[in-house]
Design a binder for this molecule. Structure first.
Ligand code: GDP
Ligand code: MN
Length: 430
C-alpha cells in the first residue's frame, strides 16, 4: 500500500495535469479524472436502485441490440444516448458526421440507423479531447416529454466543510454560464453531515427550482433520495442536468453524473469494479499497473519525479530555461527498483523524448534504490538519449557513488536549476 502522503500526491495528479495542459493551451476544457467516474447508464442504475426516478432503459453495443432494446421498451418515442464520460453530448459531433450525441426518434428503423452512426465512432464535445472519445455503448431509453428543465447537484464544498445542494431553475444548459451570467438563479442549501437534508431544505430548494403544486413535494422527495444515495455510495458529486418535469406531472432525472471518493474503494467494491479504464490513455493504465502515474505533455524532455509538487516545479523550471517537458512520471512513495526500470521504459517509449531529467527528492524514497534502478534501466534498455540526474535527500551520497561508478554517461546535477539547464542544453545542442 502507498503511504498516505503518496496517495495524496497521486490523487492530486489528474488535477495537476489539467492545470498544466490548460496553462499550455489556454481555452482548453478538461475534466480532470480525479475521482472514479461512471457512465450515465451505470449511474442511473444506482439511482434506480435507490428509488430515484429515471427513464426505463437498456444498454446496447451494436445497432441490432439497440433495435431489440427499442422494441422491448415498447415506448412511443425512444431516446438514444452515446455513453462517454464527458458531458455536453447533446451538442457533440461524431466522426461519422452525425450531429448530436443524444437523439429522439419515434421510428424504430431510425434507432438502428442512428446507433450505427454512433457506435464505433468518436464523439467530440466541449469536454472531450480534440479527437473525441470512442463510443462503445449507447443507452436506449423511453423518451419522455419535458415541460421544464432544472439543474440539481450535490457537491462537497470546502467553503462549508461538507456537502451542499446546488440547484437552478435554469437547467439543461451549461450551468457555468448560468452561474456567470445570472448568479441569482443559483440556489444552495448547506447540509449538516450529521443531520442530513432537512425536510424544509428539500422543499425550499424544490420551490426555488420552480416546482409547483404536487410536483414540489415530489421534487423534494427526489432530492432527499439523491442525498441518501450520495451518502451510501461515498460520492463526491451527484449531478443531474436536466432534473426535469414532464407534462404528465413527474419529476425525472434525465441525465446523471456521479463521481466517487477513491478513498472509499475498500467499502464500495462493486461500484469500483464497474470502472472502465478504456477512456484513459493506454500508457496511463500501464503506468497505473506499476503504481506509477504518467502524464503526457507535448515537449521533448521526459521528467522522472516524485510528488505532484515537484512535478509541477520541474515542468516550470524546464519551461523557464527555454525547454518543454514531454511528459512526467510520478514515482510516489515506497519505491522499488523494478518500478524505476518500468518508469524508464514508459518514459522512453515516447518518440518525442530527446532527454530525460530525473529529479527525485528522497524523503520516503531512498536515493540508493533509485540510483540502482537507474543504472539497471540504462543498461538493460540501452538508453539512447542523454540522462540528467538530480538526487537529493536520504542516502544521497551512496546514490552518487553508484551513479559515478556505473561508468554510464549520466550527467549529475547539483540542484533543480542546474538539472533543468543541463537537460535543456541536451536538447538544444542537436
Ligand atoms: P448531455 O448533453 O451530455 O448533458 O446529455 P443529456 O442527457 O443532458 O441530454 C441533452 C439534452 O437532451 C437534455 O438537456 C434534454 O433537453 C434532451 N433530452 C434527453 N433525454 C430526453 C428525453 O427523454 N426527452 C426529451 N424530450 N428530451 C431529452
Ligand atoms: Mn446533461
Amino acid at each position: 500500500m502507498a503511504s498516505p502522503m503518496a496517495s495524496q500526491v497521486i490523487r492530486d495528479l489528474p488535477l495537476l495535469r489539467a492545470t498544466l495542459l490548460r496553462r499550455r493551451n489556454p481555452g482548453i476544457q478538461l475534466t480532470p479524472r480525479r475521482w472514479l467516474n461512471l457512465q450515465e447508464y451505470q449511474s442511473k442504475k444506482l439511482m434506480a436502485d435507490h428509488g430515484v426516478t429515471v427513464q426505463k432503459f437498456f444498454v446496447a453495443d451494436t445497432a441490432n441490440d439497440a433495435i431489440e432494446a427499442a422494441k422491448r421498451l415498447q415506448a412511443t418515442e425512444i431516446v438514444l444516448k452515446a455513453q462517454i464520460l464527458a458531458g455536453g453530448r447533446g451538442k457533440g459531433v461524431f466522426s461519422s458526421g452525425l450531429k448530436g450525441g443524444v437523439h429522439l426518434t419515434k421510428d424504430p428503423k431510425e434507432v438502428g440507423q442512428l446507433a450505427k452512426q454512433m457506435i464505433g465512432y468518436n464523439l467530440t464535445t466541449k469536454q472531450t479531447p480534440k479527437g473525441g472519445v470512442k463510443v462503445k455503448k449507447v443507452m436506449v431509453a423511453e423518451a419522455l416529454n419535458i415541460s421544464r428543465e432544472t439543474y440539481f447537484a450535490i457537491l462537497m464544498d470546502r467553503a462549508c466543510n461538507g456537502p451542499v445542494l446546488v440547484g437552478s431553475p435554469q437547467g439543461g444548459v451549461d450551468i457555468e454560464e448560468v452561474a456567470a451570467k445570472t448568479p441569482e438563479l443559483i440556489f444552495k442549501e448547506e447540509i449538516d453531515i450529521f443531520e442530513g437534508v432537512k425536510d424544509a431544505q428539500a422543499v425550499r430548494l424544490a420551490e426555488n427550482l420552480g416546482f409547483k403544486g404536487p410536483l414540489q413535494q415530489q421534487a423534494a422527495d427526489q432530492i432527499k433520495k439523491l442525498y441518501s444515495l450520495f451518502l451510501q455510495i461515498d460520492a463526491t458529486q451527484v449531478e443531474v442536468n436536466p432534473f426535469g418535469e414532464t407534462p404528465e406531472g413527474q419529476v425525472v432525472c434525465f441525465d446523471a453524473k456521479i463521481n466517487f471518493d477513491d478513498n472509499a474503494e475498500f467499502r464500495q467494491k462493486s461500484i469500483f469494479a464497474m470502472d472502465d479504464k478504456s477512456e484513459n490513455e493506454p500508457i496511463e493504465n500501464e503506468a497505473a499497473h506499476y503504481d506509477l502515474k504518467y502524464i503526457g505533455l507535448d515537449g521533448n524532455i521526459a521528467c522522472f519525479v516524485n510528488g505532484a509538487g515537484l512535478a509541477m516545479a520541474t515542468c516550470d523550471i524546464i519551461s523557464l530555461n527555454g525547454g518543454k517537458p514531454a511528459n512526467f512520471l510520478d514515482l510516489g512513495g515506497g519505491v522499488k527498483e523494478a518500478q524505476v526500470y518500468q518508469a524508464f521504459k514508459l518514459l522512453t517509449a515516447d518518440p518525442k523524448v530527446e532527454a530525460i531529467l530525473v529529479n527525485i527528492f528522497g524523503g520516503i524514497v531512498n536515493c540508493a534504490i533509485i540510483a540502482n534502478g537507474i543504472t539497471k534501466a540504462c543498461r538493460e534498455l540501452e538508453l539512447k538519449v542523454p540522462l540528467v540526474v538530480r538526487l537529493e535527500g536520504t542516502n544521497v551520497h551512496e546514490a552518487q557513488r553508484i551513479l559515478n561508478e556505473s561508468g554510464l554517461p549520466i550527467t549529475s546535477a547539483s540542484d533543480l536549476e542546474d538539472a533543468a539547464k543541463k537537460a535543456v542544453a541536451c536538447v538544444t545542442k542537436k
